[in-house]
Write a new protein. Structure first.
Length: 270
């Protein structure tokens, strides 16, 4: 994580109907921010934890947070943070104004692995392909809006409660979860199910807007977390079970997805 590159984009004024995005920050906590006394803002805030864990407080009430925890604070909500592990948390913060009546009270959700993977992929694109100092560029704005829309939909109770059933997508998920070794490539999934690769990908994409590659990564991430929590399993064995013949390639893939090496994640979550 020594090469971790933070993102601080301020004074954005990215406006869409009903909302104005003011600031985006993707950063590790500093010693000063490991204990944040309760404070409040005049704007709304999305707060997503990508690594680490601790206690988020609001109006004196504690909320345990760790990777995947997403919180929404409306204006005027007093909130703070207390770190509960040695390594510093990594978080994504989006400040925005709601141009109208507040939509929600304080909300607390946990993101699915596939959603986390999508957000981290967009963040990597921002770091790798965009000059992050050009905060008003069209490319940077499109990435920010993509992340904002994903977080907004996660917190939208209507979308969550009325979630559509995806039979083909869930069939692929069940297969991947049941296999002792995750396939190395999407064509192996199609072979297991006796379907044409292009046809199967189209069915999944039409149902859920996902694809076989995303479902593979979703299962690999879940399987790698489960394996790393078992101290008796070697990194090489976990890599093999996740469909990687080369442990070094697995380590690079894991760092890109999670922001830590497998060993660092194991140490922080043991």
């Amino acid at each position: 994580m020594n090469k971790f590159q933070p993102i601080f984009l301020e004074n954005l004024r990215i406006s869409i109907p009903g909302y104005s995005i003011l600031r985006v920050a993707h950063h590790r906590h500093t010693p000063k921010s490991d204990l944040v006394e309760e404070h409040e803002h005049t704007y709304s805030q999305f707060l997503l934890y990508l690594r680490g864990q601790g206690i988020q407080t609001y109006n004196g009430e504690p909320i345990a947070v760790r990777r995947g925890a997403l919180l929404y604070f409306p204006p005027g909500t007093r909130h703070g943070f207390i770190k509960s592990m040695k390594s510093p948390p990594l978080s994504l913060v989006i400040n925005f104004k709601e141009n109208g009546a507040k939509k929600w009270r304080v909300k607390n959700k946990v993101l699915l692995p596939v959603t986390l993977s999508e957000i981290e992929s967009v963040l990597n694109q921002m770091i790798q392909s965009v000059d992050i100092h050009q905060a008003h560029s069209i490319v940077a704005s499109s990435h920010i809006l993509q992340i904002f829309s994903v977080l907004f939909n996660v917190l939208d109770e209507g979308n969550i409660n009325n979630r559509t059933v995806y039979p083909v997508t869930e069939k692929v998920r069940r297969l991947l979860n049941e296999l002792p070794v995750i396939p190395k490539a999407p064509n192996e999934i199609a072979n297991f199910l006796g379907e044409d690769l292009s046809s199967l990908n189209r069915k999944v994409r039409r149902e859920s807007a996902l694809n076989l590659g995303i479902l593979l990564d979703e299962t690999r991430q879940k399987r790698s977390y489960e394996g790393l929590k078992k101290e008796n399993l070697s990194i090489a064995k976990i890599a093999w079970d996740c469909g990687f013949a080369d442990p070094n390639y697995f380590a690079r893939w894991f760092r890109k997805k999670v922001g830590q090496s497998p060993r660092q994640w194991r140490e922080g979550n043991s």
